[in-house]
Design a protein around this ligand. Structure first.
Ligand SMILES: Nc1ncnc2c1ncn2[C@@H]1O[C@H](COP(=O)(O)OP(=O)(O)OP(=O)(O)O)[C@@H](O)[C@H]1O
Length: 685
């Protein structure tokens, strides 16, 4: 190398060092400003006696830190301090001067994700994500208090107010248990100088304001989680804060297509579905639909959800599937007069001309064939005899012969003719038309996510309608349900519906609702019985109960009148013994029996509310209604009026549905169960 060449090289190296020096100085200035912001936050927290962890290492990244972790009664706050002077918060995000800084929202959101993950498994329970709050705290200027998605943007003056707000789900003991886990999962951050091209001669550290209570770290494995366990056993409020680690895993899971959540009664499917809805709504723009076949359930779920995620509730629609279908028809200006009475008349006229000799074999009656048309033919969207002739009638237990199939088809054709003549449709038409309208219009996608509960009760076209609304997009469709609780005729498999949930079907098996005594009694109705559970080949759920409770009270009566008398006496007795009236529900098989019970209770001076009018909010009245109306709900005490003694030759599928119905009724109670059967004395006795 020439001397001139060496000089050039040294010149270039000096130039690079000078450039690096300028960059490091700029960074140092920024750190100084940032440090001043952090100090300001630390001062505010300390002055108020709020304990915090400062500058903690993120496990996912070597160079990332979290400015502050605060565990308060209101939850966990993941705070990123910003000493910015010219902040603007817009509907679209965050700006600093002219620069869009919305990525800062994602950054603090990612920090909160890591905190959520660390708290998702604290032994038996985990903290629900909704109690982890990402916060950008601005230490200069008057920022006020805002929300962008799930991130809170607050001026330093409002910080304490925010930390002190949000309700108080955590007790003092839980605060220290959660803090301990965080101290372990996020150790103190040790800064590293990145990209230093020259040996770094470290200056003495700058003096730092070290104030506030630093949390003592202790070994989380030695924690006594009894407090958490206790909380986990309480109803509503508890599940809003604590879930089982497996449940939380599902809430936070990314699913690359339609998914199924299965599990026997009381295993937390609805709870997890609501948490998942809130989790998705808080992280994504767009609308969500939470739906069910049971028309009253969405109303109850809306009120639960509003407590869970009040700031997203306006972006979530809670409606029954038929109401969803109606909306579709409205959007497409499609007229359909759904007229149940007219449909009933149409069926009666079609039935008169039917091959009743064939249809009546095996003890099958008119209502069996009404269901066949509603659930098997129209409920599957079958429009040709060929489609019906070879159909594997999943869910229908009685095999029918070719003549019966032909007769059923002719009955269907005649029924359709009668409907047309009257210019009316039935509920199956509503779902069918809505499905086809959505399928034909790719622009009709009002929802980003759809979550459907109690799907075992939906007809196949109903599930297809929901699928059509979101397609196969990630996390788009979550189907929640349990075949064992199916109380309507017919059935189908998801494969038949064109929905693939392979690898995305999860089962829950721990029952949190019922006592062992109730579960034993409920299980006796369905013992050893196989049932269709929509996912072919997927293992059936076991049901594990872990709570003890009072014995189940079963009584038998010679007639309905004496049963009603005993029911009223029993309820009055339980009220006197301290069971709260708002936790009581009388469930019957038919509307008529439920109505009779309501009248008897009113006569005894008790307040009564029909389950059809119940919206999940506390009301000081005994609830009364059919088992179908009670689906998905739960009560402190259930008084069940089962069907009168059934004839021994009851058609197999109907008998199975009755048993499922009893199973559903019994598993609605958290504690007390009374069952009053009517069994007239046999002539021999
Ligand atoms: N991890 C949990 N810890 C404590 N309680 C829980 C937990 N998960 C659910 N629960 C409680 O269990 C009960 C049943 O939950 P949920 O209604 O979600 O069950 P489900 O599977 O939807 O029931 P079903 O199918 O019978 O309607 C609720 O009272 C809920 O508070």
């Amino acid at each position: 190398m020439t001397l001139a060449g060496a000089a050039d090289d040294h010149e270039a190296i000096a130039e690079a060092h000078a450039r690096a020096a300028r960059e490091h100085r700029r960074a140092a200035r920024l750190y100084d400003v940032g440090g001043a912001g952090e100090d300001a936050v630390a001062r505010v927290l300390s002055a108020a006696g709020v304990a915090f962890l400062r500058n903690r290492q993120r496990p996912s990244t070597r160079r990332g830190d979290i400015d502050f972790l605060v565990v308060a009664a209101a939850g966990v706050f993941v705070i990123d301090a910003k000493a910015w002077s010219d902040v603007t918060i817009t509907t679209r995000g965050l700006a600093r001067g002219q620069d869009d800084c919305s990525e800062e929202l994602d950054a603090v959101g990612r920090q909160a994700d890591e905190v959520e993950a660390a708290l998702a498994d604290l032994g038996d329970v985990g903290l629900a994500p909704r109690h982890v709050h990402p916060v950008l705290a601005f230490t200069r200027g008057r920022v006020g208090c805002h929300r962008a998605g799930r991130v809170l943007l607050v001026g330093i003056e409002q910080l304490l107010q925010v930390i002190g707000g949000h309700g108080c789900p955590l007790s003092a003991a839980q605060v220290s248990e959660v803090s301990a886990r965080l101290a372990e999962a996020f150790p103190p951050y040790t800064e590293r100088m990145a990209g230093a091209a020259v040996p770094v001669l470290r200056r003495r550290p700058r003096p730092r304001v070290e104030v506030g209570t630093q949390l003592a770290a202790f070994d989380v494995r030695e924690l006594d989680l009894t407090e958490l366990e206790r909380a986990a056993r309480l109803p509503i409020e508890a599940w809003m804060t604590w879930l089982a680690p497996t449940q939380l895993q599902y809430v936070r899971r990314q699913l690359n297509g339609p998914a199924r959540l299965r599990g026997p009664a009381g295993t937390g499917k609805t709870v997890v579905a609501l948490h998942r809805a809130a989790y998705l709504a808080e992280r994504h723009p767009g609308r969500l639909l939470v739906t069910s076949f049971v028309k009253t359930l969405p109303r109850v779920q809306r009120n639960l959800y509003a407590a869970l995620s009040p700031h997203t509730v306006d972006r979530v629609d809670f409606s029954g599937v038929h109401a969803v279908a109606r909306e579709v028809l409205l959007r497409h200006r499609h007229l359909l007069r759904v007229d149940q009475k007219g449909a009933e008349t149409a069926f009666n006229l079609a039935w008169i001309g039917a091959d009743r000799e064939a249809l009546g074999r095996q003890g099958l009656d008119r209502s069996y064939w009404r269901d066949e048309i509603d659930r098997v033919i129209k409920g599957r969207g079958i429009t040709t005899f060929e489609g019906y002739a070879d159909l594997n009638r999943v869910g229908r237990r009685t095999a029918i012969d070719p003549r019966q199939r032909r007769a059923a088809w002719d009955l269907y054709v005649a029924y359709e003719g009668q409907l047309e003549r009257r210019g009316v449709g039935d509920f199956a038409d509503l779902l069918l038309i809505a499905r086809d309208l959505v399928r034909a219009d790719p622009a009709d996608r009002p929802y980003r996510f759809v979550i459907a509960d109690e799907i075992q009760d939906l007809p196949l076209v109903g599930v297809q309608l929901l699928h059509a609304l979101v397609g196969d997009q990630p996390d788009g469709l979550t189907l929640v349900g349990d075949g064992q609780q199916s109380i309507y005729a017919g059935g189908f498999t998801l494969r038949e519906a064109g929905i693939n949930v392979v690898g995305r079907s999860v089962i829950f098996e721990v029952n949190y609702r019922n006592t062992r005594q109730v579960l034993d009694m409920a299980a006796s109705f369905v013992a050893g019985e196989d049932f269709d559970d929509l996912d072919e080949g997927a293992p059936r759920g076991r049901i594990e109960g872990h709570r003890d409770g009072p014995p189940v009270r079963c009584e038998s009566f010679p007639d309905r009148a004496s049963r009603l008398g005993a029911l009223v006496a029993r309820i009055l007795g339980d009220l006197a013994a301290g069971t709260p009236i708002d936790g009581m529900a009388v469930l019957a098989r038919t509307r008529r029996e439920a109505g009779e019970a309501a009248t008897a209770l009113r006569r005894a001076g008790l307040a009564v509310v029909d389950l059809g009018d119940y919206d999940g909010r506390q009301v000081d009245a005994v609830k009364t209604g059919t088992v179908a109306r009670a689906k998905g709900l739960e009560f402190e005490a259930v008084y069940f009026l089962p069907a009168d003694a059934e004839p021994a030759d009851l058609e197999a599928e109907v008998a199975q549905r009755r048993r499922h119905e009893a199973f559903v009724a019994l598993t609605r109670t958290r504690r007390w169960l009374w069952m009053g059967s009517v069994a007239p004395p046999s002539p021999a006795s």
